[in-house]
Design a protein around this ligand. Structure first.
Ligand SMILES: Cc1cc2nc3c(=O)[nH]c(=O)nc-3n(C[C@H](O)[C@H](O)[C@H](O)COP(=O)(O)OP(=O)(O)OC[C@H]3O[C@@H](n4cnc5c(N)ncnc54)[C@H](O)[C@@H]3O)c2cc1C
Length: 410
């Protein structure tokens, strides 16, 4: 008698979801489990895997990897749709287009979204680089500026929020605006980076002074210690009454876990993430795993994971591997990462690279920029040659130590 196919469903195909699906496919391949016995299906709202960390850059050519090119050779099914609801009691998922799917194991990897507080005018008059679509919209707007009537603030960009994304974007913008506006408008270009914290890059440890130096050298005006009160088509209003004329306002106010996490009947952390154990299983929820920005794991047994590509990829590989093992009654692999690095692009000036949770300065300038390019343009991509073996091998649940620690130091 034919046995029923078991199904592992992955929601999301970002850094966590793509690698969850491939991690599961790799383990099934290793165990020689045929697709008739266990099927892996990814549901993603876009037909591509977005290299989201590059959205502050331009051009964004090559940052969208078609899912069919990677999941197809690996034998993973994909559904282009947006998940609307998750019923963990009945192991059922409903998509916006109406499709219903049941699962035997679920991996929630729907990522995160830009936090958008109820600041007057923010929704209607600001841009972002949270998604490929958002970054493209911003770039189209900037390219159109020379065709708009001269006005105060025509070539002023106010970047609000000086976390890692805001810093990387602000560092890029002066050169980008000079190329767009032309030499005769050089003097009218302003890029302002504002944040309510006392210093720009305050959380960046040993990199903080490097960030200030680089941004200043690029001509970015730093405005720490200010709060945004309102946004309009004319610019921004800061607490205390100051108005800055700016035709472009970019909101970089931090990320929050995807709202689908609210459908799991478990407590969430202040960023909306669901707690997972060392095997990426959602605490007290049988058959459900979570990975990436949706999930909070104690990554080294002590500290919570950071919403990052750095943690999302290994979380995904382990979640996929463990979902298969759990389903087949095999021992699972715990995830433990005892190192942490940060590498921040600082535009034409270079980059800054830190090691450790306290962010000790390890390298800066062109040396760090070379490392950043390797990470952004090579290391975080899945194999794109369509070769099944290469793709599955890349999904092995090993945690690679940074290969750049020694080479790029100093
Ligand atoms: C500009 C920028 C720069 C960054 N730089 C860095 C960096 O230098 N280093 C670093 O480590 N991190 C960086 N990050 C953070 C990093 O991008 C995220 O932490 C990472 O993308 C999280 O991976 P994820 O797979 O959890 O989520 P995502 O990459 O957000 O993927 C989520 C996926 O789920 C899909 N999805 C969402 N909702 C649904 C739904 N309801 N149904 C179906 N599909 C859905 C989305 O389409 C997407 O494909 C940066 C982020 C930004 C925006």
């Amino acid at each position: 008698m034919a046995t029923e196919t078991k199904r592992i469903v992955v929601i999301g195909a970002g850094f966590a979801g793509l690698w969850s699906a491939l991690g599961a496919a790799r383990k099934l391949d290793e165990l020689r489990v045929p697709p008739e016995q266990v099927d892996v299906t990814v549901i993603n709202s876009k037909p591509y895997h977005s290299i989201r960390v590059r959205n502050y850059e331009q051009p964004l050519d090559g940052t969208l990897v078609p899912l069919a090119d990677v999941l197809g050779p690996a034998g993973v099914n994909s559904i282009l749709d947006t998940v609307h609801s998750i019923d963990t009691h009945n192991h059922r998922i409903v998509c916006e287009a109406g499709q219903t799917l049941t699962y035997d194991r679920l991996i929630l990897a729907a990522g995160s979204e830009l936090v958008r507080p109820a600041i007057p005018g923010l929704q209607d008059h600001s841009f972002d680089v949270d998604t490929f679509d958002g970054a493209t919209r911003l770039n189209q707007h900037l390219l159109h500026l020379p065709h708009t009537a001269a006005s105060p603030g025509r070539f002023t960009v106010a970047v609000i929020g000086a976390g890692l994304t805001g810093i990387e974007l602000a560092a890029e913008l002066p050169a980008r605006l000079r190329a767009i506006a032309g030499d005769d408008q050089r003097e009218t270009i302003r890029v302002i980076l504002a944040d309510r914290s006392a210093r720009i890059g305050q959380a960046m440890g040993g990199a903080q002074p490097v960030i200030e130096e680089a941004l200043t050298a690029e001509g970015v005006e730093l405005r720490p210690g200010v709060s945004l009160e309102a946004v309009s088509s004319q610019g921004v209003q800061l607490a205390g009454g100051e108005h800055i004329d700016a035709a472009t306002v970019v909101w970089c106010g931090g990320m929050r876990a995807n709202a689908l996490t609210e459908q799991l009947p478990v407590p969430r952390d202040p960023s909306g993430r669901v707690p997972v154990d060392t095997y990426l299983r959602v605490d007290s929820l049988p058959d459900v795993f979570a990975a990436g920005d949706c999930a909070r794991i104690l990554i080294d047994g002590e500290r919570p994971s950071v919403m990052s590509c750095q943690h999302s990829r290994p979380m995904g590989r382990h979640a996929g591997h463990n979902a298969v093992c759990d389903l087949l009654g095999l021992p699972m692999l715990p995830l433990h990462i005892d190192w942490y690095t940060t590498i921040l692009d600082l535009g034409p000036w270079g980059a800054v690279y830190t090691e450790g949770w306290e962010r000790r300065l390890a390298s800066q300038g062109e040396a760090a920029k070379a490392t950043k390019r390797i990470i952004n343009c090579e290391r975080i991509y899945p194999p794109r040659n369509g070769n099944r073996d290469d793709i599955l091998q890349a999904a092995a649940p090993v945690v690679q130590a940074p290969p750049y620690t020694i080479r790029d130091k100093g």
